[in-house]
Ligand binder design. Structure first.
Ligand SMILES: Nc1ncnc2c1ncn2[C@@H]1O[C@H](COP(=O)(O)OS(=O)(=O)O)[C@@H](OP(=O)(O)O)[C@H]1O
Ligand SMILES: Nc1ncnc2c1ncn2[C@@H]1O[C@H](COP(=O)(O)OP(=O)(O)O)[C@@H](O)[C@H]1O
Length: 214
Protein backbone atom coordinates (compact mmCIF):
# COMPACT_ATOMS: atom_id res chain seq x y z
CA UNK A 1 0.00 0.00 0.00
CA UNK A 2 1.21 3.54 -0.80
CA UNK A 3 1.90 5.87 2.12
CA UNK A 4 -0.68 8.61 2.60
CA UNK A 5 0.30 12.25 3.22
CA UNK A 6 -0.14 13.17 6.89
CA UNK A 7 -0.74 9.54 7.83
CA UNK A 8 2.45 7.72 6.95
CA UNK A 9 2.40 3.96 6.63
CA UNK A 10 5.05 1.42 5.65
CA UNK A 11 7.82 3.13 7.60
CA UNK A 12 9.98 1.17 9.99
CA UNK A 13 12.28 2.09 12.87
CA UNK A 14 15.94 1.40 12.08
CA UNK A 15 18.08 0.66 15.15
CA UNK A 16 21.54 2.25 15.29
CA UNK A 17 24.54 0.08 16.08
CA UNK A 18 25.96 2.75 18.39
CA UNK A 19 23.69 3.13 21.41
CA UNK A 20 22.89 6.07 23.66
CA UNK A 21 24.86 4.59 26.57
CA UNK A 22 27.96 4.35 24.38
CA UNK A 23 27.60 7.97 23.30
CA UNK A 24 27.10 9.08 26.91
CA UNK A 25 30.15 7.14 28.07
CA UNK A 26 32.19 8.88 25.37
CA UNK A 27 31.38 12.33 26.75
CA UNK A 28 30.76 11.40 30.39
CA UNK A 29 27.33 12.94 30.81
CA UNK A 30 23.68 11.97 30.41
CA UNK A 31 21.44 13.39 27.74
CA UNK A 32 18.43 15.32 28.95
CA UNK A 33 16.36 18.42 28.30
CA UNK A 34 16.18 21.53 30.45
CA UNK A 35 12.90 23.16 29.37
CA UNK A 36 12.75 26.85 30.32
CA UNK A 37 9.26 28.39 30.28
CA UNK A 38 8.03 31.86 31.17
CA UNK A 39 6.72 35.15 29.88
CA UNK A 40 8.56 37.19 27.26
CA UNK A 41 11.20 39.17 29.15
CA UNK A 42 11.26 36.79 32.13
CA UNK A 43 14.91 35.91 31.47
CA UNK A 44 14.66 32.60 29.58
CA UNK A 45 17.35 33.40 27.00
CA UNK A 46 19.58 34.95 29.67
CA UNK A 47 19.40 31.78 31.76
CA UNK A 48 19.83 29.55 28.68
CA UNK A 49 23.01 31.44 27.71
CA UNK A 50 24.46 31.51 31.17
CA UNK A 51 23.68 27.80 31.75
CA UNK A 52 25.19 26.87 28.39
CA UNK A 53 28.40 28.77 29.29
CA UNK A 54 28.60 27.24 32.79
CA UNK A 55 28.14 23.69 31.46
CA UNK A 56 30.73 24.33 28.74
CA UNK A 57 33.26 25.54 31.31
CA UNK A 58 32.69 22.29 33.23
CA UNK A 59 33.43 20.29 30.07
CA UNK A 60 29.79 19.36 29.44
CA UNK A 61 28.25 19.44 25.99
CA UNK A 62 25.02 21.41 25.76
CA UNK A 63 23.01 23.15 23.06
CA UNK A 64 20.38 25.88 23.22
CA UNK A 65 17.14 25.76 21.26
CA UNK A 66 15.73 29.26 21.67
CA UNK A 67 12.17 29.94 20.47
CA UNK A 68 13.15 33.21 18.80
CA UNK A 69 16.04 31.53 16.94
CA UNK A 70 14.21 28.35 15.92
CA UNK A 71 11.45 30.55 14.49
CA UNK A 72 14.05 31.90 12.00
CA UNK A 73 14.52 28.45 10.46
CA UNK A 74 12.80 25.18 11.35
CA UNK A 75 9.66 26.99 12.53
CA UNK A 76 9.63 30.00 10.24
CA UNK A 77 6.24 29.04 8.84
CA UNK A 78 4.63 29.33 12.29
CA UNK A 79 2.98 32.33 13.93
CA UNK A 80 1.44 32.84 17.36
CA UNK A 81 -2.05 31.33 17.06
CA UNK A 82 -2.67 28.62 19.66
CA UNK A 83 -2.36 25.95 16.91
CA UNK A 84 0.98 27.37 15.72
CA UNK A 85 2.36 27.65 19.25
CA UNK A 86 1.37 24.02 19.85
CA UNK A 87 3.18 22.95 16.67
CA UNK A 88 6.18 25.13 17.61
CA UNK A 89 6.47 23.38 20.98
CA UNK A 90 5.90 19.93 19.48
CA UNK A 91 8.69 20.38 16.91
CA UNK A 92 11.14 21.77 19.45
CA UNK A 93 10.21 18.90 21.78
CA UNK A 94 11.01 16.38 19.03
CA UNK A 95 14.32 18.07 18.21
CA UNK A 96 15.21 18.27 21.92
CA UNK A 97 14.50 14.57 22.18
CA UNK A 98 17.02 13.89 19.40
CA UNK A 99 19.64 16.04 21.14
CA UNK A 100 19.03 14.22 24.44
CA UNK A 101 19.34 10.90 22.62
CA UNK A 102 22.64 12.13 21.18
CA UNK A 103 23.80 12.53 24.81
CA UNK A 104 23.66 16.34 24.99
CA UNK A 105 22.12 18.53 27.63
CA UNK A 106 19.59 20.33 25.49
CA UNK A 107 18.37 23.69 26.80
CA UNK A 108 15.00 24.60 25.26
CA UNK A 109 13.95 28.17 25.91
CA UNK A 110 10.43 29.02 24.79
CA UNK A 111 7.46 30.84 26.27
CA UNK A 112 5.54 27.54 25.86
CA UNK A 113 2.46 29.11 27.43
CA UNK A 114 0.07 26.16 27.38
CA UNK A 115 0.25 23.42 30.00
CA UNK A 116 -0.95 20.68 27.64
CA UNK A 117 1.89 21.38 25.17
CA UNK A 118 4.55 21.27 27.90
CA UNK A 119 2.99 18.08 29.31
CA UNK A 120 3.09 16.51 25.84
CA UNK A 121 6.86 17.22 25.65
CA UNK A 122 7.38 15.76 29.09
CA UNK A 123 5.52 12.61 28.02
CA UNK A 124 7.62 12.48 24.82
CA UNK A 125 10.78 12.58 26.96
CA UNK A 126 9.90 9.81 29.36
CA UNK A 127 12.40 6.98 28.98
CA UNK A 128 10.48 3.70 29.12
CA UNK A 129 13.72 1.69 29.30
CA UNK A 130 14.65 3.07 32.70
CA UNK A 131 11.56 2.60 34.89
CA UNK A 132 9.79 5.58 33.38
CA UNK A 133 12.69 7.98 34.04
CA UNK A 134 11.78 11.49 33.00
CA UNK A 135 14.47 13.16 30.88
CA UNK A 136 12.88 16.61 30.80
CA UNK A 137 13.23 19.12 33.62
CA UNK A 138 11.01 22.13 33.60
CA UNK A 139 12.42 25.47 34.78
CA UNK A 140 9.73 28.06 35.46
CA UNK A 141 10.83 31.69 35.26
CA UNK A 142 8.36 32.93 37.85
CA UNK A 143 8.66 36.65 37.13
CA UNK A 144 5.65 38.92 37.41
CA UNK A 145 4.19 40.55 34.32
CA UNK A 146 5.17 43.89 35.91
CA UNK A 147 8.88 42.91 35.96
CA UNK A 148 8.77 41.61 32.37
CA UNK A 149 6.90 44.64 31.13
CA UNK A 150 9.31 47.01 32.90
CA UNK A 151 12.22 45.27 31.14
CA UNK A 152 10.54 45.11 27.71
CA UNK A 153 13.92 44.96 25.86
CA UNK A 154 12.27 44.55 22.45
CA UNK A 155 9.44 47.06 23.05
CA UNK A 156 6.88 44.32 22.35
CA UNK A 157 4.79 44.85 25.50
CA UNK A 158 4.45 48.51 24.56
CA UNK A 159 3.22 47.53 21.09
CA UNK A 160 0.87 44.92 22.58
CA UNK A 161 -0.58 47.45 25.06
CA UNK A 162 -1.12 49.84 22.15
CA UNK A 163 -3.01 47.08 20.31
CA UNK A 164 -0.35 46.90 17.59
CA UNK A 165 0.43 43.24 18.34
CA UNK A 166 -2.57 40.98 18.86
CA UNK A 167 -2.46 37.83 20.97
CA UNK A 168 0.63 38.74 22.97
CA UNK A 169 1.33 36.36 25.86
CA UNK A 170 0.44 37.92 29.22
CA UNK A 171 -1.51 40.77 27.61
CA UNK A 172 -4.26 39.25 25.48
CA UNK A 173 -3.11 35.64 25.27
CA UNK A 174 -2.85 33.33 28.28
CA UNK A 175 0.22 32.01 30.12
CA UNK A 176 -0.54 28.91 32.21
CA UNK A 177 2.11 28.53 34.96
CA UNK A 178 3.45 25.00 35.48
CA UNK A 179 1.97 22.91 38.29
CA UNK A 180 4.84 20.42 38.26
CA UNK A 181 8.11 22.24 37.54
CA UNK A 182 11.38 20.82 38.89
CA UNK A 183 13.06 24.21 39.29
CA UNK A 184 11.60 27.64 39.91
CA UNK A 185 13.50 30.89 39.42
CA UNK A 186 11.96 33.77 41.35
CA UNK A 187 12.65 37.08 42.99
CA UNK A 188 13.69 37.07 46.64
CA UNK A 189 12.91 40.20 48.67
CA UNK A 190 12.20 41.98 45.40
CA UNK A 191 15.60 41.05 43.92
CA UNK A 192 15.99 38.83 40.87
CA UNK A 193 18.85 36.29 41.07
CA UNK A 194 21.81 37.08 38.83
CA UNK A 195 22.24 35.07 35.57
CA UNK A 196 25.12 33.23 37.26
CA UNK A 197 22.96 32.31 40.28
CA UNK A 198 20.12 31.14 38.04
CA UNK A 199 22.50 28.91 36.09
CA UNK A 200 23.98 27.64 39.38
CA UNK A 201 20.54 26.55 40.55
CA UNK A 202 20.04 24.44 37.40
CA UNK A 203 23.59 23.02 37.39
CA UNK A 204 23.13 21.90 41.03
CA UNK A 205 19.91 20.15 40.04
CA UNK A 206 21.60 18.35 37.12
CA UNK A 207 24.56 17.40 39.30
CA UNK A 208 22.40 16.10 42.17
CA UNK A 209 20.42 14.01 39.71
CA UNK A 210 23.51 12.44 38.16
CA UNK A 211 23.34 14.04 34.70
CA UNK A 212 26.87 15.46 34.77
CA UNK A 213 28.42 11.99 34.71
CA UNK A 214 27.82 8.94 32.49
N1 LIG B 1 2.13 37.34 20.08
C1 LIG B 1 3.28 37.04 20.67
N2 LIG B 1 3.28 36.45 21.90
C2 LIG B 1 4.45 36.14 22.47
N3 LIG B 1 5.68 36.39 21.94
C3 LIG B 1 5.72 36.97 20.72
C4 LIG B 1 4.53 37.33 20.05
N4 LIG B 1 4.89 37.90 18.86
C5 LIG B 1 6.23 37.90 18.80
N5 LIG B 1 6.75 37.34 19.93
C6 LIG B 1 8.20 37.11 20.10
O1 LIG B 1 8.38 35.72 19.96
C7 LIG B 1 9.12 35.16 21.04
C8 LIG B 1 8.43 33.93 21.61
O2 LIG B 1 8.58 32.84 20.77
P1 LIG B 1 8.34 31.37 21.34
O3 LIG B 1 8.62 30.45 20.23
O4 LIG B 1 9.12 31.20 22.59
O5 LIG B 1 6.77 31.40 21.69
S1 LIG B 1 5.78 30.19 21.99
O6 LIG B 1 6.47 29.27 22.91
O7 LIG B 1 5.45 29.54 20.72
O8 LIG B 1 4.58 30.80 22.61
C9 LIG B 1 9.16 36.21 22.12
O9 LIG B 1 10.51 36.21 22.55
P2 LIG B 1 10.96 36.12 24.08
O10 LIG B 1 10.91 37.53 24.54
O11 LIG B 1 12.36 35.61 23.99
O12 LIG B 1 10.08 35.22 24.87
C10 LIG B 1 8.78 37.52 21.43
O13 LIG B 1 9.93 38.25 21.15
N1 LIG C 1 18.48 37.69 36.23
C1 LIG C 1 18.36 38.86 35.63
N2 LIG C 1 18.64 40.00 36.28
C2 LIG C 1 18.51 41.19 35.66
N3 LIG C 1 18.12 41.35 34.38
C3 LIG C 1 17.82 40.26 33.69
C4 LIG C 1 17.92 38.95 34.27
N4 LIG C 1 17.55 38.04 33.36
C5 LIG C 1 17.24 38.74 32.25
N5 LIG C 1 17.40 40.06 32.44
C6 LIG C 1 17.17 41.12 31.43
O1 LIG C 1 15.79 41.06 31.10
C7 LIG C 1 15.60 41.22 29.70
C8 LIG C 1 14.85 40.01 29.15
O2 LIG C 1 15.66 38.87 29.29
P1 LIG C 1 15.61 37.69 28.22
O3 LIG C 1 16.59 36.67 28.67
O4 LIG C 1 15.75 38.23 26.84
O5 LIG C 1 14.11 37.15 28.45
P2 LIG C 1 13.23 36.17 27.57
O6 LIG C 1 14.16 35.29 26.79
O7 LIG C 1 12.41 35.42 28.57
O8 LIG C 1 12.39 37.06 26.70
C9 LIG C 1 16.99 41.40 29.10
O9 LIG C 1 17.22 42.76 28.91
C10 LIG C 1 17.92 40.83 30.15
O10 LIG C 1 19.17 41.45 30.13
Amino acid sequence: MMSVMGNPTNIFWHESTVGKTERQNLINQQGCVVWITGLSGSGKSTLACSLNRELHSRGKLSYVLDGDNVRHGLNKNLGFSSEDRTENIRRVGEVAKLFADAGLICIASLISPYRKDRDACRAMLTDANFIEAILLFCVFMNMSLEVCERRDPKGLYKLARAGKIKGFTGIDDPYEPPLNCEIMIEEKDGVCPTPCDMAGQVVSYLDENGFLHA
